[in-house]
Design a binder for this molecule. Structure first.
Ligand SMILES: [Zn+2]
Ligand SMILES: [Zn+2]
Length: 324
């Protein structure tokens, strides 16, 4: 029995809506896009490896993953877990598009379909990373799932009628071009190879790789009772994912702007968001305590039963040092 859960954008088409039945098909555009970047990264990357190109790779990857994917696409656009000026949201979502997985609408749809399906009693293994490692790699990186009876999807007018988001959606692959031109102007072709292709290849592959573990193994503080998939906290990936790998916390409190909820859970995305709050660039930050109580949530650890200590907005230590 499927339920309409708490996701406002995902509506049941009819009583037959089914998250479990469907077929996985090869997606030529997804596959060729990724293979192109792999080839450029492998061949071009080997020929142009150097201190500067490695630095370009690290900086562009960190910025697009943190400000773009985590803060722009996920915590803001998809979950609306904080408010910020519109220009900043556009910038962050553009940076999120640069990660190379989809445009804003594609990212919302992919995320919400998975989120909805994983909350159901059962769902297709594609939607819960439920197959073996290599099969899941092939499916997620090169294929799409077509559900036989998919739910209906309704985008909020704020995004659906926004010409900037619509433009980003239509041109998401081409949006690498301005950054590519900038990198070319400063460092020539080697910087483009590392700042675009190596970055996209590693980011897209890494997103699947950590997503696989985040749905299959790792510690859990909470269980969503009756859900087809549980999130797991992938400790070793907390820094490289900018805090996104605290995925058990995210399944428990999807609307929370903080992902590293408990002690010793580094969450770089949250540190940046907190600094933005200190600068007056972010507001209305949603914390787990602000979310409606979920009856399906069952704490598994003592810290999950006792709360979150003093995690929440605080004076940013870095900005404090700078102001001195
Ligand atoms: Zn998940
Ligand atoms: Zn999410």
């Amino acid at each position: 029995m499927v339920s309409n859960t708490e996701l406002p954008r995902v509506l049941l088409a009819d009583a037959e809506t089914n998250p479990a039945q469907g077929a996985v098909h090869w997606s030529p555009s997804k596959s060729l896009w990724l293979i192109f970047h792999y080839l450029v990264a492998l061949v071009g990357g080997a020929l142009t490896l150097g201190f500067d190109t490695l630095l370009v790779f690290l900086v562009t990857t960190a910025v697009t993953l943190c400000l773009g994917h985590s803060l722009g696409m996920h915590r803001k656009l998809i979950h609306g877990s904080y408010g910020c000026p519109k220009w900043l949201e556009y910038l962050f979502v553009h940076l999120g598009t640069l990660v190379g997985m989809a445009g804003p609408v594609g990212m919302i749809k992919t995320h919400d379909l998975r989120d909805w399906a994983q909350r159901q009693p059962s769902c297709h293994p594609y939607l819960r990373h439920g197959s073996g490692f290599w099969k899941d790699a092939w499916w997620q990186l090169h294929c799409d799932l077509r559900l036989t009876q998919p739910p209906r999807f309704e985008l909020e007018p704020r995004v659906a009628h926004d010409p900037v988001f619509q433009f980003m959606e239509k041109t998401w692959m081409l949006q690498q071009l301005p950054l590519a031109a900038l990198l070319f102007a400063v460092g020539g072709l080697p910087w483009v190879v590392w700042g675009i292709s190596a970055r996209v290849a590693v980011s897209v592959t890494g997103h699947w790789f950590i997503g696989y573990f985040a749905h299959n193994c790792g510690e859990m503080d909470n269980e969503v009772v009756g859900a087809a998939a549980q999130g797991h906290n992938v400790k070793w990936a907390s820094y490289v994912t900018m805090g996104e790998s605290w995925h058990n916390n995210h399944h428990a409190y999807p609307g929370s702007a903080i992902l590293g909820l408990y002690e010793n859970q580094p969450d770089p995305g949250w540190w940046v968001l907190n600094a933005m709050g200190n600068l007056g660039l972010a507001w209305g930050v949603v914390l787990p305590g602000d979310l409606p109580e979920r009856k399906s949530l069952r704490p598994l650890s003592s810290r999950a039963r006792t709360g979150f200590g003093n995690k929440g907005p605080h004076a940013c230590p870095v900005l404090g040092v700078l102001r001195r």
